[in-house]
Write a protein that binds this ligand. Structure first.
Ligand code: ADP
Length: 485
């Protein structure tokens, strides 16, 4: 099957979160299953800065945005035999950030991602390759199905093209004022409750949800949650109306990219069969981050976007009580200023016990996963979560709030001792967070049982293999749906 991934971020070219990991790893897994997969993303400044050598394709497309004709170019490289295309339009994508700066979102994000979607569709007929299925991701690509099923509806090149849209996080919808419509080239007739209108605004994501052939999200539990008013971000009605076309498929991780036995960024390699290296990584991490050297004090870590979604309010409320516990705390994160400010304030209050690292740093993240004992993720909601999967693979037991994909992947000893791979609590309260942390600390002191859980977590199959197979079934189903109308 020929499958085109269109995504606003893809590892290793550009990443702000889990979406990039998925858009980088799932194509590889599909390729391994013998399919012809290609990827398309914007040509950001960071792609060039990271030294990726791209080849300019002698093609261009004119896309009209805001009445102005904008020339876009196409670049290409190969990643593990997968062709990766980049939409090159410097005025929009050659910037410091993907979606914004520390001051907030870029004010022209509607124009930027409308251009991305429209340029994708403009280039497609010019390539000597026509996909069977286009796999779209999040609001940034939501206009692709809108355009396919409106202006391009009768175009023979596009009419048979099946679309699958994956929701990685319903909290980000791409909402813009309706005045934007003429500028982004979407017909005003689509601004209705059956189209892109969402409470008086234009919603890129809703457009995608309404017009894609099939919808998926990244875990079975999140799939149910988003169809409820409590967790549907106002789109639960739209999703319930499409419940027959909506599927939850759990993310995996790229087990070659995330492998403590081969990871060049960590100090010492290790595996479930030989965990000695993990102790060395812990010592090295303590040294690197100026923590008190100790093999017996557990390191509790977080590697996260600093967003309230991630339960940082709970961590902050629990902070003083956590600091009373016999543990070391490591944070690596970037994001919202209110959280940055809190962690910047407390960072020097506990020398030897706390290390706060503000920023985005993939290599440090790897050293933290490999040196930690517990990985904290008390999210209010979590579509799938990759942090806890990476932590499992690196032998840091996840301590999570049981929501979305965290509920689907982490088993607490109280739930099932024979399958336990972490610690989970349901209530979003400081009290339960602390009592669960205390249970984890008691377990940590019980070395034999702790290591049993660590080995179990590290040996779990969290690769993409099963889920890639599931996506293939859904691609076939999307094609059938397209054929049958
Ligand atoms: P989300 O997509 O909501 O941010 P996930 O848990 O699905 O959360 O994915 C987060 C991914 O981003 C993981 O690979 C994690 O290691 C990585 N990550 C998050 N914050 C940072 C950071 N500050 N530095 C390096 N990697 C980070």
């Amino acid at each position: 099957m020929r499958i085109l991934f269109i995504s606003s971020e893809v590892t290793p070219f550009a990443k702000t979160g889990g979406l990039a990991d998925v858009a980088g790893a799932l194509p590889r897994a599909l390729k391994r299953l013998g399919h012809d997969v290609r990827i398309l993303l914007p040509y950001y400044q960071c792609v060039e800065e990271r030294g990726f050598q791209t080849e300019k394709i002698p093609l261009s497309a004119e896309v009209s945005i805001g009445g102005e004709s904008r020339r876009t170019l196409l670049r290409r490289l190969e990643m593990d035999e997968i062709p990766v295309y980049f939409i090159d339009h410097r005025p929009y994508f050659y910037r410091e950030g993907l979606y914004g700066s520390p001051a907030g979102d870029y004010p022209d994000n509607a124009q930027r991602f409308a251009l991305f979607c429209r340029a994708a569709l403009a280039f497609l007929p010019k390539l000597d390759w026509r996909p069977d299925v286009v796999h779209l991701h999040d609001w940034q690509t939501g206009l692709v199905p809108v355009l396919l099923r409106s202006g391009l509806r009768n175009d023979p090149f596009f009419s048979g093209l099946a679309t699958v849209l994956t929701i990685h996080n319903l909290g980000y919808q791409g909402l813009f004022p309706p005045e934007i419509l003429p500028a982004i080239g979407v017909d005003r007739s689509l601004f209705s409750i059956d189209g892109v209108e969402f409470y008086g605004k234009v919603s890129f994501l809703k457009g995608g949800l309404v017009f894609s052939d099939l919808l998926t999200t990244v875990s079975p539990t999140y799939c149910s949650e988003i169809q409820t008013p409590q967790m549907g971000f106002g789109l639960d009605g739209v999703l319930r109306a499409r419940t027959a076309d909506l599927f939850g498929v759990l993310n995996g991780i790229d087990t070659e990219q995330w492998n403590p036995a081969l990871d060049a960024a960590i100090v010492s390699a290790y595996s479930p069969a030989d965990l000695r290296g993990k102790g060395r990584n812990k010592r090295a991490l303590q040294k690197e981050l100026a923590l008190t050297p100790s093999s017996s004090v557990p390191i509790v870590s977080m590697v996260t976007r600093l967003d309230t979604q991630k339960g940082l309010d709970l961590v902050q409320e629990a902070w003083e009580a956590l600091m009373q516990r016999n543990l070391q705390f490591v944070l690596l994160g970037s994001g919202e200023e209110k959280h940055t400010r809190f962690f910047a304030t407390v960072r020097n209050r506990h020398p030897g016990k706390v290390s706060i690292n503000l920023g985005f740093d993939d290599a440090l993240a790897r050293r933290i996963y490999s040196g930690s004992d517990l990985f904290l993720m008390p999210s209010h909601y979590e579509p799938c979560g990759l942090g806890q999967l990476i932590a499992l693979r690196y032998g840091a037991l996840p301590l999570v709030r049981a929501t979305g994909g965290l509920a689907d992947t982490i088993v607490d000893p109280l739930q099932d001792a024979a399958r336990a791979n972490g610690f989970a609590f349901a209530d979003a309260s400081v009290k339960t967070l602390l009592s669960t942390a205390d249970r984890a600390l008691v377990r940590y002191a019980d070395r034999r049982n702790w290591l049993k859980m660590v080995r179990r977590g590290m040996s779990q199959d969290i690769s993409w293999k099963n889920s890639a197979q599931r996506y293939l079934e859904l691609y076939v189903r999307a094609q059938e749906k397209r054929r049958d109308g």
